[in-house]
Design a binder for this molecule. Structure first.
Ligand code: AMP
Ligand code: MN
Ligand code: MN
Ligand code: MN
Length: 294
């Protein structure tokens, strides 16, 4: 069946958070890259979804309404992607408002701390790069690169933005049960994002997965633009053992990172059930894909 061979990319960012393409540009680029089904999953924001879905109709891409939610677990930041959410769900929107209030305060606090470290004007610089939308650490990183304080974005994170560095402000994001509750309340399917990126021991990762499953997590990103081949296989085994559905997403942020492209991730390892196994395209556009589950 042709449907079996469709190209899925279920983790991408636009200017609604820290991506550099507008939602419409992102979808147009997805079409050029041969993506059939694209999830737009901006950090803690649903603001790009309507524009992306409209562009999906114009460019022939099925756009899944998604989000990448910031969660605090044992003092650490964890990302959970919600797929096929209702972007108007009131409880989700109220939760996002709270996270974005924290984000706005954090951005000012980062500005104050970086100023103390000798880099004045970072808040203003990051804000200017944020398109009037939420301010991410990525915007600070791009600003610091632009003013010559570091050679590239990764360098900024290492020297300024991670724990123990001058611009670091600890996160106060959603609790796991709370955040997954918002996603599920919005009809979404929660998927643990890029699990190999948290530097967790095997047993701690299993504990995280168990806790998230308890809270209704249904899937895990086995294939991610930020996973090595080996990491895909390791996480694939974890998916198999836990019964989580397998997802795949590039975590695309824009053409500035040419090593991550839309729809070019390797296929899922054999023997896993994809998160899209029971999705059927809607007869009529637009809208999130409908789950065939009862
Ligand atoms: P925030 O949600 O504002 O704390 O920002 C998190 C974002 O920063 C992630 O989604 C990545 O896009 C980016 N990021 C985090 N760590 C790094 C890193 N080491 N190098 C480059 N980008 C990073
Ligand atoms: Mn990001
Ligand atoms: Mn992430
Ligand atoms: Mn992401």
């Amino acid at each position: 069946m042709a449907v079996m061979n469709r190209c899925y990319d279920l983790h991408t960012h636009s200017t609604a958070s820290d991506g550099t393409l507008t939602p419409a540009e992102l979808v147009r680029h997805a079409a050029d890259c041969g993506v059939d089904v694209l999830a737009i999953t901006d950090h803690d924001s649903v603001e790009g979804i309507a524009e992306a879905q409209q562009a999906g109709r114009a460019f022939g891409v099925e756009v899944v309404a998604g989000i990448e939610l910031s969660i605090t677990w044992m003092g650490q930041v964890i990302h959970v992607v919600g797929l096929s959410i209702d972007p108007a769900a009131p409880e989700l929107l109220a939760g996002l408002d709270r996270l974005c209030e924290f984000r706005a305060w954090r951005a000012e606090e980062m500005g104050r701390r970086l100023a103390q470290a000798g880099y004045a004007g970072c808040f203003e610089g990051a804000k200017a790069l944020s398109n009037g939308r939420l301010i991410s650490r990525t915007h600070f990183a791009r600003h610091l690169v632009q003013r010559g304080a570091a050679s590239d974005v990764r360098d900024v994170f290492k020297r300024f933005l991670v724990r123990g560095k001058p611009g670091h402000v600890p996160g106060r994001w959603a609790e796991p049960a709370e955040g997954l509750g918002w996603l599920r309340g919005a009809g979404g399917r929660p998927v643990l994002a890029h699990p190999a990126r948290y530097n967790l021991t095997r047993s701690k990762l299993r504990r995280l997965v168990a806790e998230l499953m308890e809270a209704g997590c249904e899937g895990i990103e086995v294939v991610s633009g930020s996973h090595s081949r080996d990491e895909c296989l390791t996480i694939g085994r974890l998916a198999h053992e836990t019964g989580l559905l397998a997802s795949s997403g590039s975590d695309y942020h824009g053409p500035e990172n040419p090593w991550v492209e839309l729809g070019k991730c390797p296929p899922l390892p054999a023997g896993l059930t994809p998160v899209w196994h029971d999705w059927s395209p809607r007869a009529e556009w637009p809208g999130p894909l409908v789950s065939a589950r009862s």
